[in-house]
Each structure stands twice: as structure tokens, then as C-alpha cells.
Ligand binder design. Structure first.
Ligand SMILES: NC(=O)c1ccc[n+]([C@@H]2O[C@H](COP(=O)([O-])OP(=O)(O)OC[C@H]3O[C@@H](n4cnc5c(N)ncnc54)[C@H](OP(=O)(O)O)[C@@H]3O)[C@@H](O)[C@H]2O)c1
Length: 329
């Protein structure tokens, strides 16, 4: 059946500036790390991507290696673009990344110019796109000079195959070095994509301050702790959940009783605000001004709708924040 975007998609949508760039992102974006691979049900993938866009979620986050197999999520997304979303390309922010192992041999991993530029071409082919909006170096490379890696991102932007350069999983000093290099090359460097959620608050040590001071936006991944900060695991581990699925980065052993006790207390606090726990977890990461967007994953459309609805109440007062920190211990 032909799909057409909901005319009211921006009615309840807000947007946030990414660092001090011109790029606005929705508070909640959709990531295709899990549930969009070669074994995924295509119509469910299509419902989620198109359904997210219908809610004003203009940003879809990918990487060369998302699947399984690696590359499959980009292929799934390319199919949805071609069939449904192509007329709305100018309303979409599509990102991809390279930095983890993608193909055999020494040129398909880490941060060389050879890898980053070849991988971007391959990502564009899989997605059937002329350009991506954001191109990320996916993780720091301790061996390759940062000048070379940032030079490759600069080349990607100059060639028109990417509009903005970004990094992921960089600590504060490395992010500031990357920012300085790209600034010297006059390349728009907009974001550092990092993990942050109530159970993993490492960015609060120095990255938040560095982002604020340098004007680099933070893009948050796994804001729901891969599903633990939702009601997903409150009655055990469902067979169709990430922790219940073999070969994912969330093991059943990660869903501990201690965490679940805290999750229940947080859920009650969220209920007091008229929110779901997922929404409270998102408000928690979005409270930082430098956070441009929180990228969620999903296995069904109802989860996306639940998360997007945080837009109605993203503010946390000091008392609520203190109560959350008290529960987290
Ligand atoms: N740059 C990097 O190195 C990096 C690393 C990891 C991720 N990422 C990006 O960040 C994105 C998000 O990561 P993530 O998937 O770990 O994020 P997450 O939002 O913390 O976890 C997503 C999972 O939580 C569950 N969930 C989501 N909304 C829910 C709701 N409202 N109620 C109940 N359960 C809900 C679903 O689990 P079930 O599937 O079990 O239903 C979903 O798959 C990725 O897709 C990727 O784009 C980037």
C-alpha cells in the first residue's frame, strides 16, 4: 500500500540545536542498530521508520556495520527510502558511521582515510542515497593520526557525500582535538555520539562541560540502557526482547535484581509526573543543554510513540533530579 507522510507530523514536534551549528534535531531520534537486519520483518521495519517520521522524528541513525549481517540495516533503510520516504529526503537527517570492523583485511576497520572514504561510498550504495547528512567516525583509533581521520571526514564533506562531520565514543580531550582540527579545515563538526543513561553517567565528569564550552553537540545513544530503563524487564525476560535474544550486546545477566529494584522506584517517580519510565529516562539525558538528541532503538512502533511523547514534558526540577539521583545511589 502506498504510504504518504502525515500532514500533521510537525504539529507536536519540537527541535533542538546541535551544538552551535545550524542543524536542528528532534529530541528523540530512531537508531537502526537492532531489529532492522537481514532477518527482520520488513513491514515492521517500514512501519517503525515511516511511523517515526510521521511523529516528527526527522533523524534516523545508522552505521555501516548495523545488521546482522553488517550492512543489512542500511539495505533495509535503503529499501524503505526508495519505496516510501524518497519524496521527503529534504526533511530527513540520515547519519551513518565507520570505525568498527566491516570487511576483512587491514582497510576495513578503525580510522584510516582508506577505510572511511571507501566505507562511505559503500553505505551510500546500500541506502541508495547521494549523500548522508552526518558522517561519523565511529570510535577512536589509537594508531591512526587524528589528522588523517579528520582529514577523511573533511574530504567526505568537501565531496558533498556528507553535510556534517561527527565523531562517536570520543572522550573530552580527543573530541576537543578533533574539533580544533576540523575548525582549522573549516569543516562543520557538529557532534560526538556517546552512551549515556541513568546507570552510566560517565559523560558528566568532563564531556558535558567540554561540549558546552566548545559548541559541539552531544548525541546520546542507548538512553534507555538498551531497554532496562523501561517496563520491558519488570516481569522477567521476554523471549522476544534484546536480553532474551542470543548474540546481542545485552545479556540476561545484565538485568540484575538490584537494577530492577531501582527501575521500579524510578517507574513510580515517573508515574507521579504522569510519564512512563522510558519518558523519564529520556528527560534525564535531555536535561543537558548540550544534548541535541537521544537516539532510541525499538522493536515495535508503540515503543517509538511512547518515547517520542517525552516531548510533552522534558523538564526536570531540582527536587525531581535529586530524587532520581537518590534512587540511583
Ligand atoms: N555510536 C555507537 O557506538 C552506538 C552504540 C550503540 C547504539 N548506537 C545508536 O543508538 C541507537 C539506540 O541504541 P539502543 O537500541 O541501545 O537504545 P535504547 O533506546 O537504550 O534501547 C532500545 C531498546 O529498548 C527497548 N525499548 C525502547 N523503547 C521502549 C519503550 N517505550 N518501552 C519498552 N521498551 C522499549 C527496546 O527493546 P526490545 O528490542 O527488547 O523490545 C529497544 O530495542 C542505536 O540504534 C544506534 O543507532 C550507537
Amino acid at each position: 500500500m502506498t504510504w504518504s507522510a502525515n500532514e500533521n507530523r510537525y504539529r507536536n514536534a519540537s527541535f533542538r540545536r546541535t551544538g552551535n551549528s545550524g542543524l536542528m534535531l528532534p529530541p528523540v531520534s530512531l537508531g537502526l542498530w537492532h531489529n532492522f537486519g537481514g532477518q527482520a520483518d520488513y513491514s515492521a521495519c517500514r512501519d517503525m521508520v515511516c511511523g517515526a517520521f510521521d511523529l516528527g522524528m526527522t533523524h534516523m541513525d545508522l552505521a555501516n556495520n548495523y545488521g546482522p549481517p553488517a550492512g543489512a540495516a542500511e539495505e533495509t533503510f535503503g529499501r524503505i527510502m526508495k519505496a516510501d520516504l524518497a519524496p521527503w529526503r529534504d526533511e530527513l537527517i540520515i547519519s551513518t558511521k565507520a570505525g568498527y570492523g566491516m570487511w576483512p583485511g587491514p582497510y576495513g576497520d578503525f580510522g584510516s582515510r582508506k577505510y572511511l572514504l571507501a566505507s562511505l561510498d559503500a553505505s551510500l550504495r546500500r541506502m541508495g542515497l547521494d549523500y548522508v547528512d552526518i558522517y561519523y567516525h565511529h570510535r577512536p583509533d589509537p594508531q591512526t593520526p587524528l589528522e588523517e581521520t579528520m582529514g577523511a571526514l573533511a574530504q567526505a564533506v568537501r565531496s558533498g557525500k556528507a553535510l556534517y562531520a561527527a565523531v562517536s565514543n570520543y572522550d573530552a580531550p580527543r573530541m576537543l582535538q578533533a574539533a580544533a582540527l576540523l575548525r582549522d579545515m573549516k569543516i562543520p563538526f557538529i557532534a560526538n555520539q556517546v552512551r549515556y543513561h541513568m546507570f552510566d553517567r560517565w559523560i558528566e565528569d568532563s564531556l558535558v562541560q567540554a561540549a558546552d564550552e566548545s559548541g559541539v553537540g552531544l548525541v546520546i545513544f542507548s538512553p534507555l540502557a538498551q531497554g532496562i530503563l523501561t517496563d520491558r524487564y519488570l516481569d522477567g525476560i521476554p523471549a522476544d526482547s534484546r536480553a532474551g535474544t542470543a548474540g546481542t550486546f545485552l545479556q540476561s545477566g545484565d538485568v540484575t535484581d538490584d537494577k530492577l529494584d531501582r527501575v521500579r522506584a524510578l517507574r513510580d517517580l515517573a508515574a507521579g509526573r504522569g510519564q512512563t519510565l522510558a519518558q523519564l529516562a529520556l528527560a534525564f539525558v535531555l536535561r543537558h543543554r548540550c544534548v541535541a538528541t537521544a537516539i532510541i532503538g525499538a522493536s515495535r512502533m508503540s515503543q517509538i510513540a511512547d518515547c517520542q511523547a517525552v516531548d510533552a514534558n522534558m523538564s526536570l526540577d531540582d527536587e525531581e533530579l535529586a530524587a532520581i539521583l537518590d534512587i540511583l545511589g
